[in-house]
Design a binder for this molecule. Structure first.
Ligand code: C2O
Ligand code: CU
Length: 487
């Protein structure tokens, strides 16, 4: 059986999504399609579709898979400078001549092979943010000699988990990401029963001067490192502003990545029904309604949102990128329109349901887990970890195949998103002042200034040197980045 916008496992219709998650009194979509009385009702036999060309301005091309095997995705990816409209006076640094880079798309369990070529003037690497890769494929200088200009490297690994991941350099990352090097890596779950129309949104920014050139990666020196460099233009899929067409009532699944080097994003989708399905690693155990339409993403974080457009044919709803006060300075917050959603067609009245539970996530067993405390510190005006800065931070030693519970204490006056390479975690204690967390897998989490958070990290047998750091990349490169030896 097929309902509008969704394919359903019969056993999983237990949750009527719209009635379960939407408390709006005006809701009328929690009912099955009704016969023609209001004219615009879609017939289940001829499912409603998005308006023609609905995502033309936002669609990110996918890299072509050159391998005929069903479970291998093999792609060519070149990093090179390119002149783009966003910065007409200077070359941006790109993957395949575009910002964001092309999307790489696999299924859980597929082998991904990336033939990477560096045509940039500087050495670089690719880090597969969030993917539980073999240590040698992590794309950090501790495990890989950076690819020199003109050099090549083959990345080869299995994508073991479904989720919205992304890729970016891990050499001089604040500068290189700031110049435009980032792209989405979408890993689908072959058993996913949710078939809403997928839209990926990569949020980023760029420091473009009045002359259309780019600020140097280390602009403002130490102050830039300390405060984090937020670009002058905010981009969604490489554009300052885009138009999306949508059929009222027809659910869309938005997979959102915050690829900014330092800027947080609160995505505000007013007047539509917004349900958060999950974040970094696909679906949470349960959906979470967002009645105010807002979702905040720290740099490096992702969100999966089910968005049901509401309104009449011809209406336009503006989705905005609101700033987030990571310094708790009560500064004036900006709200920048980024996507105008134009509603086209008669409203679809659909009974849409989500599997229950939504994601296949069980809570980490923390009995017997070793506790550890990691602190984010201001070390005499330089940001660091555990009281030290950069290379001086003592390396942590973790026994393979053990679970640890980390208390991450932010002792500074600004927020920092914690990110660990190679492993994933669950938040086990949000601590006061941090945003609530669903039962879900993450690899990045914001820790509010002067607050702490506890996460449970199951370490498996992938021994070697891994990184953990703040994902404000100016902080990371400035010293808030450290190593962890799994042995
Ligand atoms: Cu996206 Cu070391 O991180
Ligand atoms: Cu930070």
């Amino acid at each position: 059986m097929r309902l509008v916008g969704f394919h359903l496992r019969p056993a999983s219709w237990c949750v009527l999504l719209l009635s379960a998650v939407c408390a709006c009194p005006s809701s009328e979509s929690a009912v099955a399609p009704r016969a023609g009385s209001d004219g615009g009702v879609a017939d289940a036999a001829t499912p409603a579709t998005e308006p023609a060309g609905w995502d033309d301005e936002l669609r990110i091309p996918e890299l072509a898979d050159t391998n005929p095997a069903a479970d291998v995705v093999e792609v060519n990816l070149t990093a090179r400078p390119a002149r783009l409209a966003v910065a007409p006076g200077a070359d941006m640094w790109t993957y395949e001549g575009r910002v964001p880079g092309p999307t790489i798309h696999t299924k859980r369990g597929d082998t991904l092979v990336v033939h990477f070529k560096n045509e940039l003037p500087e050495p670089t690497t690719i880090h597969w943010h969030g993917v539980r890769v073999p240590n040698a494929m992590d794309g950090v200088p501790a495990v890989q000699t950076p690819v020199p200009p003109g050099g090549t490297f083959e990345y080869r690994f299995v994508t073991p988990d479904a989720g919205t991941f992304w890729y970016h350099p891990h050499v001089d990352s604040s500068a290189q990401v700031g110049f435009g090097l980032y792209g989405a890596l979408l890993v689908d779950d072959p058993n996913d029963t949710l078939k809403a129309d997928v839209l990926s949104l990569v949020l980023s920014d760029a420091s473009v001067t009045d002359a259309g050139t780019l600020d140097p990666g280390d602009a403002q020196g130490h102050l830039g490192d300390y405060f984090g460099r937020e670009g002058s233009v905010q981009l969604v899929n490489g554009r300052e502003h885009a138009r999306l067409l949508a059929r009222p009532g027809l659910p869309q699944r938005w997979r959102v990545v915050n690829a900014c080097r330092a800027r947080y994003a609160t995505l505000h989708i007013p007047s539509f029904r917004v349900t958060r399905l999950g974040g970094d690693e696909s679906y949470a155990a349960a959906p979470e309604e967002r009645p105010d339409g807002r979702t905040t993403l720290a740099p490096g974080e992702r969100a999966e949102l089910l968005v049901v457009p509401q309104g009449a044919d011809g209406e336009t709803v503006s989705v905005t990128w609101e700033s987030y006060d990571r310094f708790h300075a009560q500064a004036d917050l900006r709200s920048v329109p980024i996507v105008d959603v134009e509603l086209r067609g008669d409203p679809v009245t659909s009974a849409a349901s989500l599997p229950s539970p939504l994601g296949d996530v069980t809570a980490v067993d923390t009995s017997g887990a070793a506790p550890r405390t990691v602190t984010f510190d201001d070390v005499g005006g330089v940001l660091g970890i555990n009281g030290q800065v950069g290379a001086d931070i003592p390396m942590l030693h973790v026994a393979a195949n053990t679970t640890e519970v980390w208390t991450i204490k932010n002792q500074t006056l600004q927020d920092h998103p914690f990110h660990i390479h190679g492993f994933r975690f669950q938040v086990v204690d949000t601590g006061s002042g941090n945003a609530a967390s669903q039962l879900e897998w993450r690899d990045t989490i914001n820790v509010v200034a002067k607050r702490s958070i506890k996460v449970a990290i199951p370490f498996d047998g992938r021994k070697g040197m891994w990184m953990y750091h703040c994902h404000i990349l100016d902080h990371a490169e400035g010293g808030m980045m450290a190593m962890l030896m799994v042995e």
